[in-house]
Design a protein around this ligand. Structure first.
Ligand SMILES: [Zn+2]
Length: 311
């Protein structure tokens, strides 16, 4: 769920911009035929790989198949993770021959760290410095592990990030950030809400799933400071508040418009119109106005009234 910093910025300045402008630029943002690639550490059982594939397929069927996409699955054995790191850098070099392999091997958020700490993350590779663009999802064996129910919705969550980033074409960081909104409230809120919503609609999932998950997230209201907007909370120590209430904000925005307006309309317009105009055009008000209502009116409603906006 963490945002992972892209590695390989070392090779950057050697490449003329003209060279990197080609590659797979034309296909970015269009659904692709090719399915995701799966790589796993030697201690990861087949069942864990199959589980991840299953939930990727569910997400791609619902939201469209975007790519190029790789899943890297890390176990708990640090030595096996280290070997997976080597394979990872070889594959990177294969796909992007100009890549600085040394920089790849030295990247800080590597698979050994995932083996120790767990978690999941998406690394979107799309910048002016490397010819290859694509999505790299890392899944681990704890926080959550494959035996936990959360592993499934976390896979959907990471895939919704793929969907979000596929709708932003630019290779320039500033242009991409203006559309993602840097702080986590919008992108994380969107990924979290859409993941829980899709998960709640799968067979054999408890009827109360969405309500329970969303009720739990309301606890973050107490951590919001007086007059503070979720928009201003960065990743880091208090980031979870933006994840939780961001999910509620997206639920609220959908309640005020529709699921289609958020999931399809907004993202269709995002690249061309930018964040604010795409928001206003599809979601019925400016983001500022929706945020204001959300904090000053919606968050003050009773818990039952809040839960009533959920489908
Ligand atoms: Zn996330």
């Amino acid at each position: 769920m963490d945002r992972v910093t892209a590695f390989g910025l070392v090779a950057v300045f050697l490449l003329p911009a003209v060279v990197v402008a080609k590659g797979n630029a034309q296909n970015w943002g269009k659904p692709v035929r090719k399915k995701a690639e799966f790589y796993a550490a030697s201690d990861v059982p087949q069942s864990h790989i199959a589980l991840t594939k299953k939930w990727y397929e569910i997400a791609a069927k619902e939201w469209g198949n975007f790519g190029p996409l790789e899943f890297w699955i890390v176990g708990s054995d640090v030595e096996a993770a280290k070997q997976l790191d080597s394979l990872y850098c070889r594959i990177r070099k294969q796909k992007d021959p100009k890549l600085d392999e040394e920089g790849c091997r030295k990247r800080s958020h590597n698979f050994q760290r995932y083996a120790k700490e767990g978690n999941a993350g998406l690394n979107t590779q799309r910048n002016e410095h490397s010819e290859w663009s694509g999505f790299i999802v890392t899944m681990a064996s704890k926080n959550p592990g494959p035996q936990e129910e959360d592993y499934k919705s976390v896979t959907l969550h990471e895939y919704f990030h793929v969907y979000q980033h596929a709708h932003i074409f630019s290779r320039q960081q500033a242009e991409r950030e203006s559309r993602t909104q840097k702080n986590p409230w919008w992108m994380e809120g969107g990924a979290e809400y859409m993941a829980q919503l899709l998960y709640s609609r799968q067979p054999n999932v408890s009827d109360n799933h969405l309500r329970d998950k969303m009720m739990h997230k309301l606890r973050s209201i107490e951590e919001l400071e007086k007059g503070e907007s979720i928009r201003d909370i960065p990743y880091g120590r208090r980031g979870h508040i933006a994840y939780d209430l961001g999910a509620w904000f997206v639920a609220y925005v959908i309640h005020k418009s529709s699921e289609e307006a958020f999931r399809i309309g907004f993202f269709k317009d995002l690249n061309e119109l930018g964040f604010e105009d795409a928001f206003e055009k599809n979601l019925g008000a400016s983001s500022r106005q929706r945020l204001q209502e959300f904090h000053e009116e919606f968050l003050r409603r009773s818990m039952q009234e809040k839960l009533d906006i959920l489908p």
